[in-house]
Design a protein around this ligand. Structure first.
Ligand code: 8YV
Length: 332
């Protein structure tokens, strides 16, 4: 009997997805769900041909050199800044991610965070829970208008377009966006979005939502200089990645009311959060949950599993990031 391939699932995922993987492979799981250190990950990967990862596992040249049997790394995430894709390609290791299945759920959350931030939902709840509500007042927790306002989107991929559609069609917002490349006319029309420069976006947006991938280029795309260009009444929403915003500069801008409020689902160095963000009242903070519905998280885990199964059994991954390695890996 030929030996079944061995694979690792680096974090706890849904039991039914593990069962599907076990129909094809010997599967090692992470029972405790504690993220592995780089050294533990390298040890666990000895003899494994595949691994399902999340944003907490970094895959770079050093790890790849220590794991010569590895053929495929399937990220349970659409973002893949935890991968060094050129190093994976050089090592002949396939990388996959989970696009599409989380688009609408993540756009829903982007809008939820925008509304909670603009309308001061968590700030007013903290006030109420603290027993501070003694009388109603006309201007109590008066926030910013959402309907009819100007929605700015930085990064106009699938999720950015989902947020734009919600803003334009659901809330009658004027949608402006900036992106590395301009959308085609049909896509702009579908979300009623107008392309502007980054400077115009910062200047005009009442609510600015960040949905761009993290890279060296987008590191601190929003820092003190950019925050200074925004309206003092504006809100900033980050559902993309920590590191795109300079969190220290944002905390200063929030404290000094240079912008009205922020909603953050992602942080530089998460799960650590900049201590100054924890003490300013005008920020809504959530622990990287934009794609977190059971339906969507299952779809993401299943797509990562399908990538590994389809690649290792048929040589055809569903959503490869570096398909150019396929001939090399398949002929190895
Ligand atoms: C993931 C995300 O849940 O898909 C992404 O890029 O940020 C989230 O949806 C998270 O990265 C876990 O891997």
């Amino acid at each position: 009997m030929t030996q079944r391939p061995s694979i690792l699932v680096a974090r706890a995922i849904f039991p039914e997805v593990i069962e599907r993987l076990r129909e094809h492979f010997d599967v090692e799981t992470n029972h405790t769900d504690a993220p592995f250190t780089p050294q533990q990950l390298a040890e666990r990967l000895q003899g494994k041909v595949a691994v399902l990862t999340t944003g907490s596992e970094r895959i770079g040249a050093e790890l790849l050199a220590a794991c010569p049997q590895l053929k495929v790394v399937a990220n349970i995430a659409v973002g893949y800044n935890n991968f060094d894709v050129p190093a994976m390609t050089a090592a002949g290791v396939l990388a996959t991610n989970t696009p599409d299945v989380l688009t609408e759920t993540t756009a829903d959350f982007g809008f939820a965070l925008l509304m909670a931030t603009a309308r001061r939902v968590t700030e007013s709840e903290h006030f109420l829970r603290a027993g501070l509500w003694s009388k109603w007042a006309l201007d109590m927790f008066a926030g910013a208008e959402v309907h009819g306002s100007t929605l700015g989107i930085l990064g106009m991929g699938r999720i950015g377009q989902g947020i734009a559609r919600r803003g334009a069609h659901g809330f009658g917002m004027q949608v402006i966006y900036h992106n590395r490349s301009r959308l085609d006319a049909a896509s702009e029309a579908a979300c009623q979005a107008r392309y502007v420069s980054k400077a115009e976006l910062l200047k005009q947006a009442d609510h600015l939502v960040l949905v761009l991938p993290y890279s060296a280029e987008s590191h601190h795309a929003i820092g003190a200089a950019e925050l200074a260009q925004m309206k003092p009444t504006a809100t900033l929403i980050n559902i993309a990645r920590g590191g795109i915003v300079d969190d220290a500069a944002l905390a200063v801008a929030l404290r000094e009311r240079r912008i009205a409020a922020a909603g953050l689902d992602v942080f530089e160095g998460e799960p650590q959060v900049h201590p100054d963000l924890l003490t300013v009242p005008n920020v809504v903070l959530t622990p990287h949950i934009a794609s977190a519905t059971i339906t969507t998280r299952k779809a993401m885990a299943n797509l990562a599993a399908d990538n590994v199964i389809a690649f290792l059994t048929q040589g055809q991954p569903l959503t490869p990031l570096n398909p150019e390695v396929l001939p090399k890996v398949l002929n190895a």
